[in-house]
Design a protein around this ligand. Sequence first.
Ligand code: ZN
Length: 285
Amino acid sequence: MEIIEISKIIADEGRTIQYLQEKGLLKKYEECPYCGGKSIGNVRRQKLKCYTCRKEWGIRKGSLLEGLRLPLEKVLMAIKLFELEISALQASKQLKVGYKTMMNLFDLVRKAIYYEIEGEIELFSGEIELDESYFGGKRKGNRGRGAFNKIPVFGILERDGKVKVEIVKDVTSETLLKLTIKKVRRGSLIYTDKYKSYNGLISLGFKHMRIDHSKRFGNGKVYINGIEGFWSFAKERLLKYHGVSKEKFPLYLKELEFRYNMREHDIFDLLIKLLVKYGLVANNA
Ligand SMILES: [Zn+2]
């Protein structure tokens, strides 16, 4: 949905509430949550009342929005700004809400994305590119020694498919091959550079082609431009945040994996679905 469509919905409070209920961001009450009575109705602004037990409750009760201070008419716009990769700080200024409130919502969306992606179990197959890269830290360095302070990330990319990234404790053969077995179907054709940790792929049942970066022009399909493209995509975006804390890095990394994989899609509806699916859990985590 585009901003212009959102602005039409949120111009009217009734329509906003109806939309949020349809999408599941607000709970739709058919009966009283206290006595189960079916005779309920709207009283006052954003309040419901049971005519049997005479109790009242807010329309946010029992939904993710109960814990968020964001006014209802700003919820959809905030999700839209997240979709458009606007920072929480900029979004808070645009919508005139507190930075912390906006950050809470954005982190909830990130956690929802994280839970969804961690649950994916399908195997990659066909032509696969593997590579590792380092994130964060100030010091430049190569693999292993010198990469002090940086976070190693392992990437698996299926050509014409998705990318999957994992933070790893090291880039040893044991670590990288174990993750490859977990994520890639045996028999797939794997492209890597000449790094020694990729030794052993063939004995594990994969086909393996290595790129020689020292040759100016690679031969034919022997390249890892796909996964290298993801590293640039991710690093360019992380720069915007002026350094993400180590604690939050896993959330941001998964967000970038998600954004990369969905880059041809309109993700607004999907973000709402994920929020509804995981929001309450994430809020209590
Ligand atoms: Zn009741």
